[in-house]
Design a protein around this ligand. Structure first.
Ligand code: SF4
Ligand code: SF4
Ligand code: SF4
Length: 315
């Protein structure tokens, strides 16, 4: 994927030079290995700073709500689905955007690589299907497919669903992946076991809200966790408050989550927050045959009424 960098720079340069966009949103290399970071550039010269590799997992759609400029934006499959969601939810207008689509081959899980490398990573070189990592213990080579983020390993929408130009040919989408094996295992538990499972899952949570901040779906001007009149939940790391935060955040994402994994990447203590949202994603698929962010011209199921909507939970 590193080969996309030059194409992205060209696209950004051309869009900024021609005045078709005021700002271009992409990635640049981070200051530490495997931490590419979002960047907003406003002139063609700055296109040289743009970068693309398998560490561009942050969801760029997060930078769109309520912007008024004309925007060029890089979008892999999941970013594009969140862009669609933003358009449908009136956070941005399609006419404002020029979407540079990146057919994605999956993002690497930095924590997994760090573990496998036996500690801090000093340098990484990315090639087509492998990454060569230098750590304190020396140099090691990993197959990219063995170190993908969990969500990327099961992603079936790697190609952008909406774009104005593409940096490469579309990739073949994954078939025959079992996306919900882990969720079925949780569903098979008794209610008591499930409660215990989720209590344990959130135990290390420090309520830093990095998961919320990384998610493009969380754009309310005041989040319910920050409300003081009324105060919906306490500010401490009391377990009930923490669980309430996670449940409510997950419900806000119902029918909207694209399983982009940005929340999980952002968590400083490594909590698998997708266990909450994936269950809802599965339910929405089964109940409404709906996957978020695939259609610009259709209202999401929780945003409309159909007489044949499932209503078993009411009766
Ligand atoms: S979720 Fe899909 S589109 Fe998004 S980074 Fe992973 S593989 Fe790429
Ligand atoms: S909840 Fe997590 S996986 Fe879902 S859209 Fe937000 S950041 Fe992506
Ligand atoms: S990012 Fe992690 S620690 Fe921070 S609030 Fe979310 S789950 Fe808790």
């Amino acid at each position: 994927m590193i080969r996309y960098t030059e194409k992205i720079r060209q696209a950004a340069r051309q869009l900024l030079e021609s005045g078709k966009v005021d700002v271009f949103i992409g990635f640049r290399k981070g200051t530490v290995p495997m931490m590419s970071e979002p960047t907003l550039i406003r002139n063609a010269q700055a296109a040289e700073t743009l970068h693309w590799d398998s560490n561009c997992g942050i969801n760029l759609a997060n930078y769109l709500p309520k912007r008024s400029e004309r925007i060029g934006i890089v979008a892999k499959g999941c970013d594009s689905r969140n862009i669609v969601t933003h358009i449908v939810e009136n956070q941005i207008r399609r006419e404002q955007l020029i979407i540079v689509g990146v057919p994605c081959e999956g993002m690497v899980d930095r924590r997994k690589v760090t573990r496998m490398a036996g500690g801090d990573i000093l340098d990484v070189v990315e090639e087509e299907s492998r990454i060569i990592v230098t750590g304190k213990a020396g140099q090691q080579t990993f197959d990219k497919k063995d170190v993908l983020q969990e969500n990327c390993a099961i992603c079936i929408h790697r190609n952008p669903v909406v774009y104005d130009e593409l940096v490469a040919d579309l990739v073949e989408e994954q078939k025959d992946v079992d996306r919900y094996e882990d969720i079925r295992a949780i569903e098979d538990k008794t209610p008591e076991e499930r409660w215990e499972y989720f209590q344990k899952l959130i135990e290390p949570c420090i309520r830093c809200y990095a998961c919320r901040n990384a998610c493009p779906l969380c754009y309310c001007p005041t989040c319910f966790v920050d409300e003081s009149k009324p105060q919906w939940l306490g500010k401490s790391i009391d377990r009930t408050d923490t669980m309430t935060f996670h449940f409510l955040r997950a419900y806000h994402c119902a029918g909207r989550c694209t399983d982009c994994g940005a929340c999980e990447r952002a968590c400083p203590v490594g909590i698998r927050v997708r266990k909450f949202t994936k269950k809802l994603e599965k339910d929405i698929k089964e109940l409404y045959d709906w996957e978020a962010g695939l259609a610009l011209d259709e209202r999401p199921p929780l945003d409309r009424y159909r007489p044949d909507d499932p209503n078993g939970f009411i009766l």
